[in-house]
Design a protein around this ligand. Structure first.
Ligand code: ACO
Length: 409
């Protein structure tokens, strides 16, 4: 049976085995649609991304990240400023975590990767909100989602503060949802200190605006590896925060969200624009497993729209006096210039993805490299919630249980 999806046609294979005894074989699921969804839509040929039918560019230009969260969770943008503020205030007020959870974070080795701490923290959060394991109605769904979106920045900030041995900064509900994230990372108790470990503690409104847009760019991205993980784990009927914890683990990998950290480390390794050609040659060497981090995508066969918008954010910040690291910025520009003209990249449709430029900007916003992927988590939590809720609300949804082509003895 064929049905029309927005982007074309799909063949419904769901009864193939039952009717013919044949399986479809698709490692990596490159040709498999695992669900029907109304959340986000990618046109990989044109390089376009939509959330709930709205072009990403429009949402980034006209709406706050919290408005986009409301859109993804309720199908509607706030209708006016009061509605927008009411939603954001709910997030601000839900940002605190139970005090005893601090003890768990304190027990991790200081140098444990923040993504490991974060996924454990979210899993443990399920023990504080066991009721979410039996959600019955829309109110339950919304409370579960808003709670985790509100608390994720607090958990991420605690991971960071513990790692550097700095005092924990509690959420400040008088600050916007976005400003509070930067505050919890940078602030110091009593607010009198002007300089912190990463320079000035003051939060510039331009930084808040840029960070807000960065989170919107990361909010959802259809059935990527972490969203698929969240849906698969949720399909077993488990507590939603256990599924989101699994999503965090999936995002950590360097082929997925962990690439934003690796891009920066790779730029550092390249070290100088004069070495760029040497590294591009390594990419093309069949005996070398070296890959250019922040390049390539399963779905985009043209420029990732998120990378395009990130470049605009970067240029805007620079024009207004927020400095990037000039050496890393120069290397990134050179890598892109050389790669986009190179036959290897052209033949394989390899373009910069969302992770290529995000790190340069996050560095300028004084976010340490190890915390780039937790920032991705903060932005993506709403997408995971929307994907999870779409799955659990679908009474026809089944447990994910693929088959295999057995080639053993
Ligand atoms: N550098 C060099 N070559 C690459 C790259 C890259 N970054 N990406 C893909 N290729 C090559 C592959 O080696 C392969 O070449 P071949 O046909 O000669 O064997 C070809 O392009 C197709 O690539 P696949 O790996 O088959 O593509 P796939 O869709 O499976 O993987 C992925 C997509 C994982 C994103 C890949 O492009 C990659 O590893 N990129 C680097 C990591 C990265 O930036 N990940 C973040 C993605 S965005 C996100 O998840 C948020």
């Amino acid at each position: 049976m064929l049905f029309l999806a927005r982007g074309g046609q799909a063949i419904d294979f769901s009864k193939l085995y039952e009717r013919t005894g044949l399986l479809s074989y698709d490692p990596g699921y490159a040709s498999t649609a695992g669900c029907k969804s109304t959340i986000s839509y990618i046109d990989g040929q044109k390089g376009e991304l939509y959330y709930k039918g709205y072009p990403l560019e429009e949402l980034v230009a006209k709406y706050k990240y919290s408005d986009v969260c409301k859109l993804l969770l309720t199908d509607a943008l706030p209708q006016n400023a009061d509605e927008s503020l009411a939603f954001e205030l709910e997030l601000r007020h839900r940002s605190f975590i139970h005090e005893t959870l601090h003890n768990m974070f304190a027990a991790f080795p200081t140098h444990a990767h923040p993504m490991a701490k974060l996924s454990s923290g979210v899993s443990i959060l399920s023990t504080f909100y066991s009721d979410h394991g039996k959600m019955k109605n829309e109110e339950d769904y919304q409370t579960m989602a808003r709670r985790i979106i509100a608390k994720m920045p607090t958990l991420a900030a605690i991971c960071y503060r513990n790692e550097i041995g700095a005092p924990i900064i509690y959420p400040d509900v008088t600050r916007s949802y976005i400003e509070n994230i930067l505050f919890m990372l940078r602030g110091y108790p009593h607010g009198r200190l002007k300089q912190g470990l990463h320079g000035t503690i003051e939060i510039n409104p331009l930084e808040v605006e840029a960070f807000d847009k960065i989170l919107t760019l990361h909010a959802d991205h259809e059935q990527n590896a972490s969203a698929t993980t969240v849906r698969n784990v949720a399909s077993t009927g488990v507590h939603p925060y256990a599924a989101i914890s699994a999503g965090i683990s999936a995002l950590w990998g360097h082929l997925h969200g962990g690439a934003n950290e690796k891009v920066l480390l790779q730029m550092e390794e390249i070290g100088d624009v004069k070495n760029v050609d040497k590294y591009i040659a390594r990419v093309k060497d069949k005996n070398d497993s070296f890959k250019l981090m922040g390049f390539g995508h399963r779905v985009y066969k043209s420029y990732d729209p998120r990378a395009r918008i990130l470049k605009q954010i970067k240029d805007n910040l620079q024009t207004k006096g927020i400095k990037m690291n000039p050496r890393l910025d120069e290397i990134a520009a050179k890598v892109e210039e050389v790669a986009l003209k190179d036959e290897y990249f052209i033949a394989r449709n390899l373009y910069p993805n969302v992770d290529f430029y995000s790190g340069t900007i996050l560095t300028a916003l004084k976010i340490p490299t190890r915390f780039f992927t937790p920032v991705f988590v903060i932005g993506r939590t709403v997408g995971w919630c929307a994907q999870l809720l779409e799955h659990v609300k679908n009474t026809q949804a089944r447990i994910t249980r693929p088959r295999q082509v057995y080639v053993g003895k």
